[in-house]
Design a protein around this ligand. Structure first.
Ligand SMILES: Nc1ncnc2c1ncn2[C@@H]1O[C@H](COP(=O)(O)OP(=O)(O)OP(=O)(O)O)[C@@H](O)[C@H]1O
Length: 223
């Protein structure tokens, strides 16, 4: 599903990623952990086509994404990748349902074509009674579940989540973590999740650690 080879990223003299190799299989939940500043978000942004590495290559579903640009890149990102961030980034002037459907509207669909799917996803994610509410009228957990529905609307190949439960209380965080498992099992979704939350990391199928700009493969020291 995803393969990265020799990813290098520097900001000026700061060498953040020094040659990262990794593979993610379809239908897998992988967590990425590491100390603050280790380069987790930087790696996620590169894997998710939001940033370019200084060296190395990334393939998603056999497309070499680091060679895409312009409209091809925008189309690939919109149709094949879902994102969930710590802060949901819902657009305040639109309703929850419009926000959920936004990636499909950007892809050129009409609201009438995607409305039903948006409602179905929101119902599945337990925000089925919040279609017409604006983001500020939703709780933090509801906002995050809408953001996940939005990430799912285009049936992406893979979802990248950066500290998705970082802004939630422990009950909502646990609910969100169970939701990832449910979406893997019922919708065959694939997730790459950057987190400091050990509970969330532990429920992943695989935990990866970044240390000193490289993948730390010594699993046993982290258990
Ligand atoms: N645009 C940028 N310009 C300069 N330095 C940057 C930039 N983005 C990130 N960095 C630096 O790169 C390093 C890695 O940042 P990154 O956000 O990837 O870390 P992280 O592991 O996600 O950290 P945290 O757990 O604190 O969120 C940090 O030292 C950060 O200050």
């Amino acid at each position: 599903m995803l393969k990265a080879q020799g990813i290098i990223k520097s900001y000026g003299k700061l060498n953040v990623l020094k040659g990262i190799d990794l593979e993610i299989k379809a239908n897998e939940i992988v967590s990425i952990m590491g100390a603050s500043g280790a380069g987790k978000s930087t790696l996620l942004q590169i894997l998710g086509t939001l940033d370019l590495p200084n060296g190395g290559q990334v393939w998603i579903d056999n497309t070499e994404i680091t060679s895409l640009s312009g409209d091809d890149l925008a189309k690939f990102r919109n149709e094949k990748i879902g994102f969930v961030f710590q802060f949901h980034n819902l657009l305040p002037e639109f309703t929850a349902l419009e926000n959920v459907c936004m990636p499909a509207l950007i892809a050129g669909k009409q609201m009438s074509e995607v409305e039903e799917k948006g409602k179905k996803l929101m119902t599945l994610l337990n925000v089925g009674d919040r279609f017409e509410h604006k983001p500020t009228e939703l709780s933090g957990g509801e906002q995050q579940r809408c953001a996940i529905a939005r990430a799912l609307i285009n049936d992406p190949l893979i979802i990248f989540a950066d500290e998705p439960s970082g802004n939630l209380d422990s009950n909502n965080a646990e609910g969100l973590h169970n939701l990832f498992l449910e979406l893997r099992d019922t919708m065959n979704q694939t997730f790459v999740i950057v987190t400091h939350n050990h509970e969330l990391a532990k429920m992943a199928d695989r935990q990866l650690w970044i240390s000193d700009g490289k993948m730390d493969l010594s699993d046993d020291i982290h258990s």
